[in-house]
Write a protein that binds this ligand. Structure first.
Ligand code: ADE
Ligand code: ZN
Length: 326
């Protein structure tokens, strides 16, 4: 279709991608075999059939089991390289990827193994594909503040390769305020700050992410639309929202893609972007997110182009680099 051709042709940045969420069932099977790890599935089809979620927690329960096959530096490299090759073919020119170190260090994998594997793939993407990247360490918000501080401590020898910190996992019951001190400490280290907020949680959590965590970008942010004052502020500050339409659909934040608020966000003057979140689990990489959403809510070519430009405007790149992509 014309939309698909436009989306394919547009240079894009992806700003909301959990690298562990790009673990395709085929690679999960392969790594389970390679590492002698039991997984509770007999086939790739069985894995895909299990990806039927009613909410965020439902998905997270499966996501944390899936990542147990990741053991060696080569596993983290293979995972990341597969994602980068995939999005290279979709004309993604810049990626800012999240990783969840606590999902690995808590099962005895060294922090360095994770970072080394991921960054080796990012370096290869730069030299072979011309894809630039940033790496964002996410704290798991269902775990304690103390555990987040321990993770930040583990990151210290690797700050050359880590650009920012984020906050993900179970949102409800784990407000940003729980991590105010560790985000302040991360800021002191010169790290950028982002947080998932308003995916399932109330607008108050978005206020906290802005005021207490001092985020440079908001992940999701959908529920900001319930709060007019907040919408006005996000527009005024040109805060980037990393929206993930297929994720919202698959985690039942919306009933149908036709109900997605992306068009409304743009009309309200919000700097929304389109991202895939956990593409292996939600059934679509970044271009699918653009194409299916555009079809469902009737985005114009101009709106699609604006979304792609926003992905660079919201990227943690120097102004000159951003301009080069617009
Ligand atoms: N971890 C991986 N994907 C996530 C999401 N969409 N929300 C919160 N935590 C996550
Ligand atoms: Zn996410």
């Amino acid at each position: 279709s014309d939309i698909a051709r436009l989306v394919q042709a547009l240079p894009k940045a992806e700003l909301h991608l959990h690298i562990e969420g790009s673990l395709e069932p085929e690679l999960m099977f392969e790594l389970a075999r390679r590492n002698g790890i039991e997984i509770p599935f007999n086939s790739v089809e069985e894995i895909r059939a299990a990806y039927d979620f009613s909410n965020l927690q439902d998905f997270l329960d499966v996501y944390y089991v899936g990542m147990n096959v990741l053991i060696t530096e080569a596993d983290f490299f293979d995972l990341t390289w597969a994602y980068l090759q995939r999005v290279d073919a979709e004309n993604v020119r810049h990626v800012e990827i999240f990783f969840d170190p606590q999902g690995h260090t808590d099962r005895g994998i060294a922090f360095a193994t994770v970072v080394d594997g991921i960054t080796r793939a990012l370096d290869r993407a730069k030299s072979e594909l011309g894809i630039t990247s940033k790496l964002i360490l996410c704290f798991l918000r269902h775990l304690s503040e103390e555990a987040a501080f321990e993770t930040l401590e583990m990151a210290k020898p690797h700050l050359e390769r880590i650009d920012g910190v984020g906050l993900d996992s179970s949102e409800l019951g784990h407000p940003p305020s729980k991590f105010q001190r560790v985000f302040a400490a991360a800021g002191e280290l010169g790290l950028l700050r982002v947080a998932h907020a308003g995916e399932e949680g109330p607008p108050e959590y978005i206020h906290e992410a802005l005021d207490l965590l001092k985020v440079d970008r908001l992940d999701h942010g959908n529920r900001a639309l319930e709060d007019g004052t907040l919408v006005a502020r996000l527009g005024r500050e040109q805060m980037t929202l990393t929206v993930c339409p297929l994720s919202n659909l698959r985690l039942c934040g919306i009933k149908r893609l036709e109900d997605h608020p992306l068009k409304r966000m743009l009309a309200l003057g919000l700097r929304a972007t389109v991202n895939s979140d956990d593409p292996a689990y939600f059934g679509g990489y970044v271009n699918d997110n653009y194409i299916r959403t555009a079809a469902a809510i009737d985005l114009s070519a101009d709106e699609i182009i604006e979304l792609a430009k926003n992905s660079f405007r919201g990227a943690f790149l120097p102004e000159a680099e951003i301009e080069r992509h617009l």
